[in-house]
Ligand binder design. Structure first.
Ligand SMILES: [Zn+2]
Length: 406
């Protein structure tokens, strides 16, 4: 082996330092405020290195020392350090059908502010302009310095090219979403599919915090799964992993899927079918939507509850198939199925029954609802950018590379 040249060596050292910053921030996000000596033990780094690196991160505004009540006894008090939620933030933008959600979250993933707009169009340029106006308001109104924006939508989103390859509900084909939003806001923008964004958010600061192998199953207007394996989102060879719309499930939908079948997961188990059935049963009016069915269920309407429980049981069977296929530690359930009327226990019982019938009930994953309720999609879009910040903090916070901080 040859010795690296000066420049290559300094690049290697820079990479190593960046990796160490990332390790420290990820561990503190996972474990909460921690004394430096304990942090050093957990991540197998020397206390001296941890002190030096956390010092730089504190000065850059990424970490903060957490004031503790005065400690009695001998020795220096241990002052824990944690993620600083008061200096930087990221924007999340979710593009849904007739609705754009934008929000600011801090570095701990806490929602700081949120704006919804109702849209009459599905055109990319119009929706991006509307989103950019919301983003500007949020940036101007926030006490946080915004580091960038994450954007999500349903369908097939290629995060590596920043393009939405196919979004059937909005009718987008090969749409350059990242570039359009970046040009309109002046912020760095990363895009991903909403199911992967949801999985990332649950992994960073939600129901799957600390779990490295899990599935996030989203059942709403669309159906899809986000996979996190070994702590990283699984995208597949073409960024298309996670589509479950056309998985055949038991049952028959009132309307055919775009593919012509009436037994696809999206048409049998999705929110649109729930609303259609509720309309057919006279539970809601012609102009009402699935949210009105949720409202009835919450207020105790037995027929609305039964309709949602039937849907939950059906989704439970499909969940059993996913568990058998991938053997995850945890399945997080999100979308209309999980909020506001919580039918996750029905879904869980159905999945367990199915797994037991197949002889594999004992190894069943835990099944839990999403941690974010109605704010999930905006927060999750922000998690796309937050994930990038945690992976390479130096790329987003130039103060970290200043010589005085090294
Ligand atoms: Zn289909």
């Amino acid at each position: 082996m040859t010795e690296p040249t000066g420049k290559a060596r300094s690049t290697q050292l820079g990479d190593l330092r960046q990796q160490n910053y990332s390790t420290i921030m990820r561990e503190l996000m996972r474990s909460g405020p921690t004394a430096r000596t304990d942090l050093a033990t957990t991540i197998a780094m020397s206390t001296g290195s941890v002190t030096r690196l956390t010092g730089a991160l504190v000065r850059a505004g990424l970490l903060a020392e957490v004031a503790e009540p005065a400690q009695r006894g001998k020795g220096r008090p241990k002052v824990p350090v944690g993620i600083d939620g008061s200096t930087y933030g990221v924007i999340g933008v979710h593009f849904g059908l007739y609705r754009v959600n934008a929000c600011v979250i801090d570095l701990r993933g806490q929602l700081v502010a949120e704006l919804h707009t109702t849209e009459r169009t599905t055109r990319l340029d119009s929706l991006v302009r509307s989103a950019a106006r919301s983003v500007r308001k949020l940036v101007d109104g926030s006490r946080l310095t915004v580091l960038g924006a994450g954007a999500s939508t349903g369908g097939w989103v290629d995060s590596s090219t920043g393009r939405v390859r196919n979004q059937p509900i909005l009718g987008w084909q090969n749409a350059p979403l990242a570039k359009a939003l970046q040009d309109a806001t002046g912020l760095p923008v990363l895009v991903d599919s909403q199911v992967r964004a949801l999985a990332l958010a649950e992994h960073w600061f939600g129901a799957a915090a600390g779990v490295d192998d899990f599935i996030h199953l989203f059942v709403g207007n669309v159906v899809g799964a986000g996979f996190v394996f070994n702590g990283s989102p699984y995208r597949g060879a073409h960024s298309a992993a996670g589509g479950l719309d056309h998985l055949p499930v038991p049952g028959r939908a009132g309307e055919a899927c775009v593919c012509g079948s009436r037994s696809c997961f999206a048409v049998v188990g999705g929110d649109l079918e729930v609303a259609r059935r509720a309309r057919a049963a006279g539970l809601i009016g012609d102009d009402d939507e699935v949210y009105d069915v949720f409202g009835l269920a919450v207020s105790g309407d037995a027929r609305a509850r039964r309709l949602l429980q039937e849907r939950a049981a059906l989704v439970g069977k499909a969940t059993a198939t996913l568990i058998e296929l991938l053997d995850p530690e945890l399945v997080v359930i999100g979308g209309g199925i999980s909020a506001p009327a919580d039918h996750v226990p029905v879904l869980r019982d159905s999945a367990l029954k199915e797994l037991e019938a197949h002889g594999g009930g004992d190894a069943a994953a835990r099944i839990v609802p999403s941690a974010f309720g109605p704010h999930a999609l905006g927060i999750a879009a922000g998690a796309i950018m937050l994930d990038a910040v945690y992976r390479s903090p130096e790329a987003f916070v130039p103060a970290l590379t200043a010589p005085a901080l090294q």
